[in-house]
Design a protein around this ligand. Structure first.
Ligand code: NAI
Length: 333
């Protein structure tokens, strides 16, 4: 009897071909809600998961056969990993597919803000270059040369580390808040380890690259914005709930900080009437920082590869819960 693999990430020919190697079939059913997951995945041998499907404890406990929850990416905050471990289910992640894309995207937000690309583009299209030059001038002022500025990075792991390497090429000073990295490691990157308060006070740009965890949830709220420079720009390509979006809206509309570039929101997608989306000093993309054809292929092949491993009885290469290997009820044996 063939294995059943429920997919929330599509079922293209390359996925089908890989699964056929282990006599597995992909099943495409809706998995947007907890109820959907319980209905579709209760008898699945493996599931492939995007960034938002809610693999809650209740959903996971209903999955009686599943060996692996294979996440097409590195952020797994939509999966109750503890519940998966307790049930002997591996949670596989793809760690190396989008490092370049996400760090480039954060840099693109930074450069767009610094060079005021979007507001000036809007004005030029309205004819302001010919008729309302003063407005263009006012938007350009102030602009401080990037090499005189300080960039703060929250979380300097794979993506944050790549961002540090890239942004240093502009001659900026880079400071890092990452309680899990040593001073030496951060120094080797050419950056300086600081605490959160110092990072808030000194940064002209802050780019968030830590995971969404209980510890990082809403670490940016009204109090934090009030400690930042009024000229500062916040960049979030990590996860929406790291930032209190109502507080961000207030800070941006009241001039507490100057701008934001956000690829991730809470919830996703955002309500089209969300007032944050109406602000001129915000640039929003659609959780698309990871995307390139190269990255997508690596993500899909990494996700399906972890399923193939698990169905062959082998441990996938990257696990969010390596401790599952030690559990008595582990389902990969
Ligand atoms: P990583 O695990 O390599 O790095 C995360 C870093 O954050 C680590 O160095 C860790 O020590 C640090 N960290 C953990 N807790 C922290 C805290 N409380 N304060 C400050 N730093 C803390 O992860 P990677 O691969 O760099 O990915 C980072 C995040 O980027 C993912 O968790 C994911 O949410 C997000 N992401 C977003 C994508 C997008 O398309 N927008 C695509 C891929 C990832």
């Amino acid at each position: 009897m063939s294995f059943k693999v429920v997919s929330g990430i599509g079922g293209g020919d390359n996925i089908k071909a890989e699964l056929a190697r282990v006599d597995a079939e992909v099943v495409l059913e809706p998995v947007w809600t907890e109820e959907d997951i319980i209905k579709s995945a209760a008898d699945a041998d493996a599931v492939m998961v995007g960034a938002t499907e809610p693999y809650t404890r209740k959903a996971i406990e209903a999955m009686k056969k599943c060996r692996v929850i294979s996440r097409t990416g590195v952020g797994y905050n939509n999966i109750d990993v503890e519940a998966a471990t307790e049930n002997g289910i591996a949670v596989a992640i793809v760690t190396d597919a989008s490092i370049e894309e996400v760090s480039d995207h954060a840099l693109a937000f930074l450069l767009a803000f610094y060079r005021k690309i979007i507001p000036v583009d809007r004005l030029v299209r309205q004819g302001a270059w010919q008729l309302r030059r003063r407005e263009i001038f006012e938007i350009r002022v102030p602009t401080v040369r990037l090499s005189r500025q300080t960039v703060g990075v929250i979380g300097a792991g794979r993506i944050g580390g790549a961002f540090v390497r890239k942004v240093r090429a502009f001659g900026v000073k880079v400071i890092v808040y990452d309680p899990y990295l040593t001073e030496d490691t951060i120094q080797t990157m050419g950056a300086v380890k600081v605490d959160f308060e110092q990072l808030l006070r000194e940064s002209d740009y802050i780019s968030i690259h830590c995971p969404a965890t209980d510890e990082t949830k809403r670490i940016f709220g009204a109090g934090e914005f009030s400690k930042m420079k009024s000229t500062a720009c916040l960049i979030n390509t990590a996860r929406g709930d790291i930032v209190d979006e109502k507080a961000l809206f207030n800070a941006l509309s009241e001039g507490v900080i100057a701008g934001a570039g956000i690829d991730v929101t809470d919830p996703e997608p955002p309500d089209p009437d969300d007032p944050l989306l109406q602000l001129e000093n915000v640039v929003v993309t659609a959780h698309s920082a990871f995307y390139s054809e190269d990255s997508l292929l690596a993500l899909v092949m990494g996700t399906v590869g972890a399923v193939v491993d698990a169905l062959k009885g082998e441990w996938p290469r990257s696990l969010a819960n390596p401790e599952v290997k030690e559990t008595a009820n582990r389902r990969i044996k």
